[in-house]
Design a binder for this molecule. Structure first.
Ligand code: GLU
Length: 319
């Protein structure tokens, strides 16, 4: 069991925009889950979604997380054993390791012109896994001819097996990846690694053994478990925490108004207010009060975390 090893958790912001209240809460929980077990925290920047990445957003994410009182033992700003910690700097490694899946017959070139190939660069939040791939290109075998460069993605052959994992918040989760999710892109048509491939190689090589993230990524977890197995990495334990939503019940986003951490910071909201809200709304403390993350380390337990999404609106902290 990975649990008998020291815990290694991670914070994995995507610099596709500003970090908001929902991100803050998930990072707080991921950080507490590691620190409460005396574990280490790795920070990495998931910036492979090139058209959507904002050049200012990487530094801002780092500043936001530090402002909240979170820290890490390895990361883009402090280095570490598995540097670099910025995904675009790891592109060559992704290509090298992809070869293993191709040679093992686990991946095939797919020339279909589906939108999900392009969408694959980012984590499929809000149920954006794409339709189940019908298998049009799946007959390819290693040694067969390849379509011309830049006209195909590499697609992973999902297993037609019942796959199960014990989520530390949600309990046992199971499904059949081939039948319920389908084969999925490992790269884009440009050849660049897609989200699922990059995340698993990073988590595997960085020794991450505890993944805490939003519960809209549960389907991705099944795909990632298949990749962990295919690369012979130990599977991490997973904890999927409820999302913070806007008043329409959808995952917090720009349309819900301004809940950017940088905005709160500029307005003079104290980080302890945000942390107190995040801890109370997720079930860690009974009463909302101002608190620093480190004060919550002893309070943390997965059992306390609510399974209900939290609704938040723009005026959450006044001004
Ligand atoms: N970088 C992803 C995001 O912010 C997180 C993906 C993950 O935790 O695996 O959406």
């Amino acid at each position: 069991m990975p649990n008998s090893n020291p815990v290694v958790g991670r914070l994995a912001p995507s610099p596709t925009g500003a970090q908001h209240l929902g991100n803050a809460r998930t990072y707080l929980l991921a950080w507490l889950a590691a620190r409460s077990r005396g574990g280490r925290v790795v920070m990495r920047i998931e910036d492979i979604d090139s058209p959507r990445v904002k050049p200012w957003a990487t530094q801002q994410a780092i500043d936001d997380l530090r402002w909240l009182g979170l820290d890490w033992d390895e990361g883009p700003d402090i280095g570490g054993r598995q540097a670099p910690y910025i995904q675009t700097d790891r592109a060559e490694m992704y290509q090298d390791r992809l070869r293993e899946l191709i040679d093992a017959g686990r991946a095939y070139p797919c020339a279909c012109s589906r939108k999900d190939i392009e969408a694959a660069a980012s984590a499929p939040h809000h149920g954006h896994e794409g339709p189940i791939y019908p298998g049009t290109c799946a007959a390819w075998q290693p040694g067969d001819a390849l379509p011309p460069d830049n006209t195909f993605c590499w697609r992973f052959r999902a297993g037609d097996v019942e796959l199960e994992f014990d989520d530390l918040v949600l309990g046992t989760q199971s499904l059949n990846p081939a039948r319920q999710l389908g084969d999925f892109p490992l790269t884009r048509k440009t050849g660049e690694a897609a989200y699922q491939l990059a995340v698993v190689l990073d988590d595997g090589l960085m020794g991450i053994n505890q993944v805490v993230r939003g519960d809209d990524l549960v389907p991705s977890t099944f795909r990632q478990i298949e990749l962990f197995d295919a690369f012979s990495f130990d599977r991490p334990t997973f904890a999927h925490v409820p999302l913070v939503c806007g008043t329409d019940g959808r995952r917090l986003a720009k349309r819900h108004g301004d809940t950017r951490l940088s905005m709160f910071r500029e307005q003079g909201v104290r980080p302890q207010q945000i942390v107190g809200w995040a801890a109370a709304s997720s079930g860690l403390i009974d009463r909302q009060e101002e608190v620093w993350p480190r004060v919550l380390i002893d309070e943390f337990s997965f059992e306390k975390i609510t399974r209900q999404p939290t609704i938040v609106d723009e005026g959450a902290f006044g001004s």
